[in-house]
Design a protein around this ligand. Sequence first.
Ligand SMILES: NC(=O)c1ccc[n+]([C@@H]2O[C@H](COP(=O)([O-])OP(=O)(O)OC[C@H]3O[C@@H](n4cnc5c(N)ncnc54)[C@H](OP(=O)(O)O)[C@@H]3O)[C@@H](O)[C@H]2O)c1
Length: 453
Amino acid sequence: MFAASKIQDAFRYMQKGQHIGRIGLCLKSTVMENGSNEVTTVQQDFEPALRPRQLVFGENASYLLVGGLGGLGRAIALWMAEHNAKDLVFLSRSAGTDPQHESFVKELRSMGCRAQLVKGDVSRLEDVQAAFMSAAYPVKGVFQMTMVLRDQNFQKMTFEEWCQATSPKIQGTWNLHNASIAAGHELDFFVCFSSLSGIIGQPGQANYASANTFLDSMVQYRKSLGQPASVVDIGAVEEIGYVSHNPGLMNKMRSMGFKGVTEQELLDAMTVAVTSPDQSKYSSEIAASAASARCKDTASSFVLGLGSSIPLSDPSNRAVWRKDRRMGVYHNFGTSASGAEGRASGNEVVKAFVAATMSDTSLLKEAASANFLAVEIGKKLFDLLLKPHEELNTTLPLVDLGLDSLVAIELRAWWKQMFKFNISVLEMLGMGSLEALGQHAAEGLLRLATEES
Ligand SMILES: NC(=O)c1ccc[n+]([C@@H]2O[C@H](COP(=O)([O-])OP(=O)(O)OC[C@H]3O[C@@H](n4cnc5c(N)ncnc54)[C@H](OP(=O)(O)O)[C@@H]3O)[C@@H](O)[C@H]2O)c1
């Protein structure tokens, strides 16, 4: 019997073909052994302190999602409906004009959640007031998720480009703040989606970065008034949202030391932001220490997605924040080489390498790159086979290392994810050694980079 979270181990155990009878997956925390009434406890995955906080949105409450029909907003809305939200109001300039909006409303309805689309601009107070007024119940929470990008070299940036990027976040947030207070809504939360761009900067994004630092300050201001507020400075989200639809941008951000944020990590962060115990209280001690240390009130204001797979001491690390004094603490974090964390960081190492080669293709012509790729492919193969990395030898025949067609199917999926081009199972099995696979990956990446340029 395997715990549901260990489903991969269950399949690998089955793959060995050594078992007799059935293999079971247990979705609860207890399993019955051998049909008896004995109950054994399966080890829990989470330490108590790390267990996700319980989140239940109010039944007789409405929630306002500004920019909620965008990529991240839709994921937040579904997550809210899964957690009992019954009435959501969406405010955006194109609300209701796209056929996809209609099907999204239906999807929410099928989950027992009413959705209202209000077409309007958050930087116009009357549109914000209209959104508040269209709520079926008292509004209990606000998500400010608007974004307009007008990237431009600062010296060439027009005033219009500046305003287009900043007004939804600056004027828009003032409007949300003023309108909610004027209408007397007693909010449980007021969550702003900010960006790492405001913390570490991004070339060409002075306008967007400023808009986001405004959000960080606005949250402190609201808390000083005793109003609930929290802000998350988000990095590059991988699976959903604007960045995920722009692979070039994602690669650029990775090469600059952004760590991809998964949808689940984003939702976990939102749980913390929404349930932050001091949503409505502003501790003057925290404020004072945050101001003096030029850092943030961690309970309601935090960053998500800042990390580097390559050690910060490594000269090849191109993270722009590497020498930033505020990030000094990151230099004390080691990277784990074992277990799931090690595997995750292995993927990040490969992704960072691929991103770096897309901007500097000369790397791919070096023999060291093919060797590096051979080792990383080998590590993945050994992870799939549950073998220790220490036994890796890139010159041995692939069959001797344990590569068969079943494992090749899994390795191929990982290959596609990492290198963005396909390899067939037959091709993989026919390569002979990891060295040859590493060389094949380097050549494929070079071809891709040349095509893109
Ligand atoms: N995706 C990421 O990786 C990432 C990373 C860091 C931070 N963030 C933050 O996360 C939030 C959501 O990002 P996303 O990827 O979901 O972006 P998105 O898909 O572009 O969605 C942004 C939404 O904002 C709406 N909007 C823009 N201006 C508006 C205005 N004046 N009034 C009302 N609505 C307006 C847009 O709808 P209309 O055009 O119809 O108005 C759009 O639906 C943003 O605040 C962004 O800064 C995202």
